[in-house]
Design a protein around this ligand. Structure first.
Ligand code: SF4
Ligand code: SF4
Length: 222
């Protein structure tokens, strides 16, 4: 899922300073699961903004709404009325959701209330970890399902850098060395011979380094 975290209330106050009628718009999918932008967080942020408005005499009217997916026009329909009645939208969707709303309502200021961080999973209660950098050309099958692009701090594709200590990454000692994980996994699934292969330099043209990406499915365009 997409993992995000909330901007701070002082940041939001700065962002919204020149508006009066603000809609805090949540998203019911990824950012709900990572506790950043669902119905509960919308309620918390909206309450905090109302308190700030009273304390600072900002005169804000803050309303709330959460739709199932901000990145999908079919669900944005449900927010049309609330968005049109507001001066500005504070989106608690991911970066894609914020931009989907802004593209649809071209004269309405739409602001990101979250910092979108990465594609990841809930590792344990309250801890989300990155698992995929959406490089566009997945090589997980070569590495036992452990992503060296994302989980190795140096993106090493042909073995460890040599800096790990006690299976910890030298760059992030709080994280396991990705190459230790790759070795363990390949051993467990009986594919250690994969380590004998030299990986060709990865082509990064399909990653963000190649510019904004688009997927076109001609079979769905008929
Ligand atoms: S190889 Fe690329 S697509 Fe596959 S998990 Fe890693 S970053 Fe994501
Ligand atoms: S210690 Fe392991 S995970 Fe960290 S940078 Fe080196 S090879 Fe990558």
């Amino acid at each position: 899922m997409i993992v995000a975290e909330r901007k701070t209330i002082p940041e939001l106050i700065d962002i919204l300073a020149k508006h009066k009628n603000i809609l805090v718009l949540g998203c019911g999918t990824c950012v709900t699961v990572c506790l950043a932008g669902g119905e509960r967080e919308v309620s918390i942020i909206a309450s905090a903004l109302r308190i700030a408005s009273q304390a600072k005499g900002l005169g804000w009217k803050v309303s709330e709404l959460t739709i199932e997916r901000q990145c999908d026009n079919a669900f944005i329909e449900q927010a049309i009325d609330a968005i049109e009645k507001s001066d500005a939208v504070l989106s608690l969707g991911c970066g894609a959701g914020v931009q989907a709303i802004a593209e649809r309502f071209i004269k309405k200021p739409v602001y990101a209330g979250l910092n979108t961080k990465f594609l990841g999973i809930l590792e344990e209660r309250g801890i989300w970890t990155e698992k995929c950098a959406a490089c566009g050309a997945c090589v997980l099958h070569e590495y036992g399902g452990i992503c060296p692009v994302t989980r190795c701090a140096k993106h090493m594709l042909n073995g460890p850098c040599g800096g790990s200590r006690e299976d910890r990454c030298e760059v992030r000692p709080d994280r396991a060395c990705a190459w230790q994980l790759i070795y363990n996994r390949l051993k467990d699934i009986g594919q250690l011979e994969r380590l004998d292969q030299i990986a060709e330099p990865k082509q990064w043209g399909s990653s963000l380094s190649g510019g904004p990406r688009v997927i076109i499915r001609e079979d769905h365009r008929i």
